[in-house]
Design a protein around this ligand. Structure first.
Ligand code: AMP
Length: 192
């Protein structure tokens, strides 16, 4: 199995790039943000639990997020591998992912972090807000909170995988195809 973490702050292009990567590498894309939005859209108990956190740009509690992620992985028993997008966002989430993969005799192959400067992120998310219909994309203070949450709570996940030399930073500025090319080069090195 090839299991990749597509990492980076909100608005760094993870979703766009994940959609292209799954086609090329035949992997299953799991975005916890998309899963929460789907649950919210259907007013499920899980969606209702997530709603208040998402509206503020805070993280949904690990207990909720990890359970949802594990269920989703289990629903793809024949996957050749996964691209995790927006997960893990905390050290306990990373620990849960590592454990789950170890139980399947596999592991995270690499974490690819898209680097985009803060001001560029704010501009990109505001632009996306015009069409995404996402309340959390349409308020600058919430956007800035999401960036702070990334720095404070999520960036330690980069260091967690750096300990086993699995983390690398990819320049997230350029055209979609340029950034895709950089990601593919990194993945091709990882899968040899
Ligand atoms: P995203 O679409 O990845 O930007 O996620 C949108 C929102 O969903 C985040 O601001 C969080 O409120 C929530 N969320 C998504 N993934 C996670 C996660 N792994 N852990 C906690 N909250 C998450």
């Amino acid at each position: 199995m090839i299991n990749l973490i597509l990492f980076g702050p909100p608005g760094s292009g993870k979703g766009t790039q994940a959609a292209k990567l799954v086609e090329k590498y035949n992997l299953v894309h799991i975005s916890t943000g998309d899963l929460f939005r789907y649950e919210m859209g259907n007013n499920t108990p899980l969606g209702l639990q997530a709603k208040a956190y998402m509206a503020k740009g805070e993280l949904v509690p690990d207990s909720v997020t990890i359970g949802m992620l594990l269920n989703k992985v289990e629903s793809h028993p024949d996957a050749a591998g996964f691209i995790f997008d927006g997960f893990p966002r905390t050290i306990p989430q990373a620990g849960a992912l590592d454990e789950m993969l170890a139980a399947k005799n596999t592991q995270v192959a690499g974490l690819l972090a898209l680097h985009v400067p803060d001001e560029e992120i704010v501009q990109r998310i505001k632009l996306r807000g015009n069409t995404s219909g996402r309340a959390d994309d349409n308020d600058e203070s919430i956007i800035r909170n999401r960036i702070n949450v990334y720095k404070n709570e999520t960036s330690p996940v980069y260091d967690h995988y750096a300990k086993s030399n699995k983390s690398q930073t990819i320049n997230g500025i350029g055209t979609i195809d340029e950034i895709f090319g950089r990601l593919c080069d990194a993945i091709d090195q990882l899968i040899g």
